[in-house]
Design a protein around this ligand. Sequence first.
Ligand SMILES: Cc1cc2nc3c(=O)[nH]c(=O)nc-3n(C[C@H](O)[C@H](O)[C@H](O)COP(=O)(O)OP(=O)(O)OC[C@H]3O[C@@H](n4cnc5c(N)ncnc54)[C@H](O)[C@@H]3O)c2cc1C
Length: 574
Amino acid sequence: MSEQTVENAWDHAVDLLIVGSGAGAMTAALVGCDAGADVLLIEKGDQYGGSSAMSGGGLWIPCNSVAREAGFEDDPEEAWKYLKGCVGDATPDARLRAYLANAPKMLDYLVANTRTRFIPLMEYADYYPNVEGSTPGGRCLDPVNFDARALGDEFLKMRESAPQQQIMGRISMTIPEARISLARTPGWMLTLMRLFFRYAFDLPWRFKSKRDRNLAMGNSLVGMLRRSLMDRNIPIWLETPARGLIVEDGRVVGVEAERNDKRIRIRGKKAVILAAGGFEANQAMREKYLPQPSKAEWSSANPNNTGDIINMGIELGAGIGLMDEAWWGPAVKFPGDDRARFFVIELSLPGSVLVNRSGRRYVNEASPYGDKVAAMYAKNTPEGETIPSYLVFDANFRKKYPVGPLLPGAQQPDWAAPKDVMNLIVKANSIRELAEKLGVDADGLEDTIAKMNEYAKTGVDPEFGRGDTIFDRYYGDTHVTPNPNLGPIDKPPFYGMRTYPGELGTKGGLLVDERSRVLDESGEPIPGLYATGNCTASVMGHTYPGPGATLGPATTFGFVAARDALGIDSDTGS
Ligand SMILES: Cc1cc2nc3c(=O)[nH]c(=O)nc-3n(C[C@H](O)[C@H](O)[C@H](O)COP(=O)(O)OP(=O)(O)OC[C@H]3O[C@@H](n4cnc5c(N)ncnc54)[C@H](O)[C@@H]3O)c2cc1C
């Protein structure tokens, strides 16, 4: 076939064709464009941004310059010890080294060349403080607020934030603002009022949409990235799902996609970069690969992530890994929400407890989210079923703290809470009655609560060490002593809620190397094909080392992929 005929066989051709529109995809697109490439992103959904837009937007980047400028000096050797100590041999060292070498460069590129801006979270600790090389903060970056007006009509085409990231599912807040409100540090009321007034008096926009134009967290990150794409006229074709990979002479040269009800062929002259998320919303894949039981409705992630790209890769002969893994966390799907809410704070705040069907604890409730679900699966035996588990708290807890979509009872008493949400929460005047209503062993639950009340007095949890680490305490209540994660559960009425093994996304997928090249089953790179994010087997292996440890790699390996595809040397960190 002549070159001319081949060109004619394509409906569209670009240098870099990127599948997906999350933070990894957008980072790759920006890098590619700035290196002179013609770039196109294709997105399956009618909105761009995927789980990245729904997320907290944090990026975990050891040795980053933003924290350095704020006075925190990280040490590359310590970062290596920590990452290796967490991940172990689940990921080749070359990829771990590549992550540590490229993540700070990716960040510097973004900050120097695009609209993205971040602040370092100096008190947000690595998740495993006992692993050598951990830091008490400074490795997680939070996107600053971004004004959605800069996006014009593109704003409403961005996937909405997950409701759990917003006050009343509507009002944006940054991670520090969320913490100020939770910990009720001086000025917390003022912070909340400022956010509320800014939202309410954004006129006349308020009459047009419920969405907050003061973007924070994942919406801010994706908003800043989208605006940066707009600055460069980089298009995102919405409602254009990839349906197949096109191979010529052993090289991936393009993608077959669907657009306006037609099959089209799009060529990626230099490369195709896959950034199409995991398989969270694909029940059949969940049953095939994840530990059981596992339900798509327990996921907090983007509903369009159905593992299409992973399956296309498998068909092509790509290797896969970590398919039984996810960014786990206990979760509940509440009425009115289309995705499950991932419990970040409810289990760390003092005065709550998580029990199995025997009414017994089985894990440190304030430990990193992944550890809780790992324990849920490991300890789910007929004698002590942990799926579902039961989150139990009392009237004081209900009054002081938010639970799922409920504001603290002081602001939203039970009578003012949505009925369908309250129907999900079992309420009783005694622990025994609560246990009976939940179907939990009453003696077991009474014994557990008596122990928790004792631990609240001493401040020591001799069973599971709740509150022992700086990470546990990050989401504790600093007003509560002697342990900010332990409080009595003694004031009726008592509340209980079924809780499930949820996730923020799956993290198994195509095997890639330190240059983000997709590997075949024998470990050889498939020419022309790169991947990043949750459609790959995560660099983080079986662990979740710190806040932002999913978006950090998605953006970093998007950066690496675009550079490598365009012949710019990757830093392998070795
Ligand atoms: C509530 C919540 C909070 C979170 N907070 C954080 C946090 O603070 N820090 C952190 O690191 N991680 C966080 N995460 C996890 C993080 O958001 C994800 O791990 C990350 O966004 C995954 O990025 P991705 O590019 O792989 O997927 P996505 O961002 O989901 O992007 C994939 C895109 O590909 C599209 N797509 C799927 N199939 C196709 C197809 N066939 N053709 C074309 N497009 C397709 C999807 O529609 C989607 O838009 C959070 C997640 C949630 C849900």
